[in-house]
Write a protein that binds this ligand. Structure first.
Ligand SMILES: [Fe+2]
Length: 193
């Protein structure tokens, strides 16, 4: 009997939510919803970005996210369950904060804000996938662990490249934009005096 059979046997129906298995499935539904919301928000983030590398990073992560949705569907299937979304209020909140940033800021400063928003999302996902991976290990779901680990690694890489982009390019550009603004305002006020 293969691992897949064991998983199906273990999760023949939706498990009781008061068990670790049940909580695992609930969290799976939560990240499944989160990934869909992220998938919808990434094109706007890419369009709003000024920095070409940042645009590409968002586009690349959109493709990755499609694969992550696919992995979650594989996991539901391996467990003999229908893939189901459960509203993730945390990601909903983070995305609406990111939309606020898009309304408030522009140019290089907006790029810095977009990275901050994207990293908040990545950190949420890293926390969730980290927990899911550990629970799957505890539950003895070895094939599920592999899929969760693949996604966790992608999220951590994305977080790392966003960090690098912020430190090397985007944050310094945002600061220069501030300095240029301040000096223009300075000239404006001396003209007025
Ligand atoms: Fe993701």
């Amino acid at each position: 009997m293969g691992m897949t059979d064991t998983i199906k046997e273990m999760f023949g129906g939706t498990p009781d939510v008061s068990t670790l298995q049940g909580l695992f499935v609930e969290m799976l539904k939560d990240v499944y919803d989160a990934e869909h919301r992220i998938l919808e928000s990434l094109p706007t983030m890419a369009e709003s970005a000024t920095n070409a590398q940042l645009q590409r990073a968002f586009e690349k992560h959109r493709t990755e996210t499609e694969g992550q949705v696919g992995r979650l569907e594989q996991i539901f299937d391996m467990m003999g369950l229908e893939a189901e979304r459960k509203t993730c209020d945390a990601i909903k909140g983070l995305i609406s904060e990111s939309e606020e940033t898009i309304d408030m800021a522009e140019g290089h400063v907006l790029d810095a804000g977009l990275i901050a928003s994207a990293q908040a999302v990545e950190h949420y996902e890293i926390a969730r996938y980290g927990t899911l991976k550990h629970w799957a290990q505890t539950l003895g779901l070895r094939d599920v662990v592999k899929l969760l680990d693949a996604t966790l690694t992608e999220e951590m890489k994305t977080d790392g490249s966003l960090n690098e982009l912020a430190e090397t390019t985007v944050n310094p550009s945002a600061f220069v934009a501030d300095v240029l603004n301040a000096s223009e305002e300075g000239r404006g006020s001396s003209r007025r005096s």
